[in-house]
Design a protein around this ligand. Structure first.
Ligand code: GAP
Length: 450
């Protein structure tokens, strides 16, 4: 599938997503909530399809990974053990002149609000404050009376729910190391510099998998998961030339990590290559910390060798919203249409994640065409999300479906009512096949993929 880069792709997508019902700004009628987004009718389907693909590849298609759905609110000690209370902080500086707020360690990535050609602190008028530490976790209270309630946190990652359930899952499923636990869920971070649409938000969804392995085999598994996860992104249709690994340098490496690679995607424009997924070798840090803080053993018992040990963890952690954005950026293209004055905008989404799989049109509103087309759409809906449209010119109807990424358009025309055939148009090649209406279901099933 062709993929192009457009410097202003983010602006184009924000507008397309609102216009077509993919993504809306949260609480828009009140002026919007900062860096929080709502998924509309098409967006919710796209993200759900992505999550289903991940769940299928990581849980259902494998014997060695179990699923979990842990709660967002956890015991406050979890976040002391994980290091998030003490360490999940960013240094912040404010500018007294422009009132801008910046990450002290990322000033070179920021622009002075008064003189955008300079970084904060470089313009004569800049007056930066001392750096302050700012914890990224959202705090709330558990219990009805605030004064006596316990302070709890909205989880900043889903991983900790997996670590604390390590033995529950292992013992209830009788899995043997090596095995993994996967979950999809919301995470919250009070990001200082959110932005770029759904790239960095304060509420987002993670798809994380923790793979528990015998110490000494961890680097082998790390390499395995690095390759597996890259292959998953490629199978999703993300262009290979837009994907790359980034190895964490000694400075970037978290204190507990033995090795870490990001999978980066080229978002184009000023963003360029950015992390969409992290693959981390976390050693025994997490389980050991939870043993210490909870006082409960989190050891694996190897029955055959009569040996107990704390497994090492290889983690794969990907943002559902960030991959959604990558799929939108990857798929967006503007192109000329042979023989037509107006070009078209296409969202070349992989058919397996496209929100609507096929649109059924009646060429005109007469001669039994709408009846036949409606009947076909209803039949297809038993298996696929299908749109029905009979208004406007056929060209306009095609353009609308191209713009939302519908892979196939099925048209009922004058011949259809006479001989029971319809045309099926491919979004990408524009090729049209004439097939029996009764064959459309099989035709789509063959081409949509998982
Ligand atoms: N458990 C490890 C962990 O959370 P991370 O690198 O902080 O690692 C993993 O996050 C992934 O979660 C990122 O690669 C990204 O896709 C997604 N993510 C992190 N912060 C995000 C944010 N503020 N908005 C959207 N996605 C985010």
């Amino acid at each position: 599938m062709p993929t192009s880069t457009y410097p202003d792709v983010m602006d184009k997508l924000v507008s397309l997503c609102k216009r077509r019902g993919y993504i809306f700004q949260s609480s828009e009628i009140y002026g919007g909530a900062g860096s929080v987004w709502d998924y509309g009718p098409l967006g919710v389907e796209l993200k759900k399809n992505l999550k289903d693909r991940w769940w299928h590849a990581m849980v259902r298609a494998r014997e060695d990974i179990e699923g979990l759905d842990a709660a967002i609110l956890m015991h406050p000690r979890v976040w002391e053990a994980s290091g998030h209370v003490a360490g999940f902080v960013d240094p912040l500086v404010d500018c007294r002149t422009c009132k801008g707020r910046f990450r002290a360690d990322k000033l070179e990535d920021a622009r002075c609000l008064q003189k955008p050609s300079k970084h904060p602190g470089e313009h004569d008028a800049c007056q930066l404050t001392e750096a302050r530490q700012f914890n990224l976790m959202f705090k709330t209270f558990m219990g009805p009376v605030e004064e006596t309630a316990a302070t709890v946190y909205l989880r900043p990652e889903t991983a900790q729910g997996i670590y604390v359930n390590f033995l529950n899952v292992q013992q209830s499923t009788r899995q043997k190391v090596p095995f993994g636990i996967a979950q999809i869920g919301k995470a919250f971070r009070n990001e200082i510099t959110p932005g770029n649409f759904i790239f960095r938000t304060r509420e987002f969804e993670q798809m994380e998998m923790q793979f528990f392995v015998e110490p000494g085999t961890d680097m082998e598994w790390f390499e395995y998961w690095k390759a597996e996860r890259m292959a998953w992104h490629e199978r999703l249709g993300l262009a290979p030339e837009r994907l790359e690994y980034h190895q964490h340098t000694a400075q970037e490496l978290a204190h507990y990590a033995r090795a870490a690679f990001d999978i980066q995607f080229d978002f184009g424009g000023t963003l360029g290559f950015q992390e969409i997924e992290g693959v981390h070798n976390r050693g025994d840090f997490d389980l050991t910390q939870h043993q210490t803080y909870s006082g409960k053993k989190l050891e694996y018992y190897n029955q055959v060798e009569n040996r107990r040990y704390v497994p090492y963890v290889v983690e794969t952690s990907v943002g559902a919203d960030r991959v959604t954005l990558a799929a939108l950026v990857n798929g967006y293209r503007e192109e000329a249409v042979p023989g037509e004055e107006e070009g078209r905008v296409v969202l070349g989404l992989h058919p397996s994640i496209a929100p609507v799989k096929a649109a059924v049109f009646a060429l005109t509103k007469k001669d039994g065409m709408p009846e036949m087309a409606r009947k076909l759409a209803t039949e297809l809906r038993a298996d696929f999300p299908v749109d029905y449209d009979e208004t406007g010119s056929i060209g306009k109807r095609y353009r609308r479906q191209d713009e939302v990424g519908t892979p196939f358009c099925v048209t009922v025309d004058g011949d259809s009512t006479a001989n029971g055939t319809v045309t099926v148009r491919d979004r990408d090649t524009l090729k049209q096949d004439r097939i029996a209406a009764t064959a459309v279901r099989g035709y789509l099933a063959e081409r949509l993929g998982r």
